[in-house]
Design a binder for this molecule. Structure first.
Ligand code: SF4
Ligand code: SF4
Length: 433
């Protein structure tokens, strides 16, 4: 049986499910900006259908239309027929790459991503010499590119950490009388950029008597590669992760990013649909994947006696792949609402895409930012002191958007706020004793 990444025929039934009602227009962030039929799910499904029927060729024009999708799944959630639009788009992008090949720049980037040693060395060199390529922003913790090397010159990029998280922490973090044993899939953003959020996650697990393994040989989950249709490279990257995590005797595998979590929970299974051995191994791993906030609330139980005050008004942004991909929406809110002194103010359209979609913000910067402007306007309207979210790519996009649209409040991962609350409690207990 061919997988959806090997043959477009595998999504034929999904295409036939679309009754062409146009309901997806209401929620598609791209359509809301572009107001063109080709931008909405219905229009894209029609194009893929035409390719399948042999009425349309694999052209540059088709590639650009297919690129205009954030795979945010807003249309999937809103569709009365439950059409898995993102599945159709990803299958079509893969078919396009198989037919026309990959752009040489993407080929070089993905070739590096699949070689963890080379990628880690590149990031290390990047962190040492980032001052040459980037000009530091005078107030924000970020920098503008000095040259147009694939990054928009107006864009603020957070600095790469001097030491990646996986080099900073031991591979096995033991605790007295562990209640659970987990593996932590750090993802690239926590490993190379938001190291403090990664450390906060480990502190939170330790505070709950959870033993943590951070496998050194893990690498990129391959979501950016999948989004660009290079399914052969995804297969190689998925295989190495399936082999690595299969060897571990752990209760759960913790992620802190919806895209990484969705790769393990869903896309690795799709990629191995024609390979019974790897499908079975990937399924065992998929069943263990849990986002950190869900793990704390549903698996450990949120112990409110551990929580100290964090005096802040915050608003929460739902990352698409965490919310509609992994179904994690309530747990981060439960955590935030339980923290004494913290007020959660819901923003309008909290679950609408921030426009990042990983590399979409690199390839379509202006459109990505016009989508993002609504997010910043909705954040501003809450008058919150800080924004909380559960995805490194969203944090990066929000940081850039804050600068562009003149709103400067800090952005945190949910787990950082929880770690702050635990630390405040410990501090108050210490001063009382
Ligand atoms: S994808 Fe769903 S919502 Fe959009 S036109 Fe088709 S059936 Fe209607
Ligand atoms: S996944 Fe998101 S961006 Fe893509 S068509 Fe659906 S609503 Fe639009």
């Amino acid at each position: 049986m061919a997988t959806m990444y090997d043959s477009l025929d595998a999504v034929k039934a999904e295409i036939l499910n679309c009754m062409k009602c146009g309901n997806c227009q209401e929620v598609c962030p791209i359509y809301l900006e572009e107001k063109k039929e080709g931008a909405v799910a219905r229009g894209k499904i029609k194009l893929v259908d035409a390719v399948l029927k042999g009425d349309l060729e694999y052209t540059e024009g088709l590639a650009e239309k297919l690129a205009l999708c954030l795979t945010c799944k807003a249309c999937v959630k809103h569709c009365p027929c439950g059409v898995q639009v993102d599945k159709i788009i990803l299958a079509a992008r893969s078919a396009l790459v198989k037919k026309k090949g990959l752009h040489p720049i993407k080929k070089a980037i993905f070739g590096t991503l699949k070689r963890p040693g080379l990628f880690n060395m590149g990031m290390k060199t990047g962190s040492m010499f980032q001052g040459l390529a980037f000009k530091k922003h005078k107030t924000l913790n970020g920098a503008y590119p000095r040259f147009p090397f694939g990054l928009d010159m107006r864009r603020i990029i957070p600095p790469l950490a001097t030491t990646p998280l996986r080099n900073l922490l031991p591979e096995v973090i033991k605790v007295d009388k562990p209640v659970k044993k987990v593996a932590f899939f750090t993802g690239c953003t926590m490993n190379f950029i938001y190291v403090d959020a990664g450390k906060a996650l480990v502190d939170v697990l330790k505070a709950n008597n959870v033993e943590v393994i951070i496998p050194k040989d893990q690498h990129c989950c391959a979501m950016p590669v999948l989004a660009h249709g290079d399914s052969d490279t995804v297969k190689e990257m998925a295989k190495s992760h399936v082999d690595l995590f299969s060897k571990l005797d752990v209760d759960k595998i913790i992620t802190a990013c919806g895209s990484c979590g969705s790769m393990f929970q869903k896309h690795y299974l799709e990629i191995f649909e024609d390979n019974p051995e790897y499908y079975a191994k990937a399924k065992k791993i998929a069943d263990k994947i849990m986002d950190i906030s869900d793990f704390i609330v549903k698996e450990i139980g949120l112990d409110e006696s551990k929580l100290g005050p964090v005096n802040m008004k915050v608003t929460y942004h739902d990352p698409c792949h965490l919310n509609r991909g992994m179904g994690v929406k309530d747990s981060p809110r439960q955590i935030l609402k339980a923290i004494p002194g913290l007020e959660l103010i819901e923003m309008k359209h909290a679950d609408r895409c921030c426009g990042s979609a990983g590399s979409f913000s690199l390839t379509h910067y202006d459109l990505s930012m016009s989508i993002h402007k609504h997010k910043i306007d909705n954040i501003k309207a809450t008058k919150a002191d800080a924004v909380v979210t559960g995805c490194g790519a969203c944090i990066m996009q929000l940081g850039d958007g804050m600068n562009r649209f003149n709103h400067n409040v800090p952005i945190y991962h949910t787990v950082e706020i929880l770690a702050k609350s635990y630390a405040a409690k410990k501090k108050s207990e210490k001063s009382a004793s």
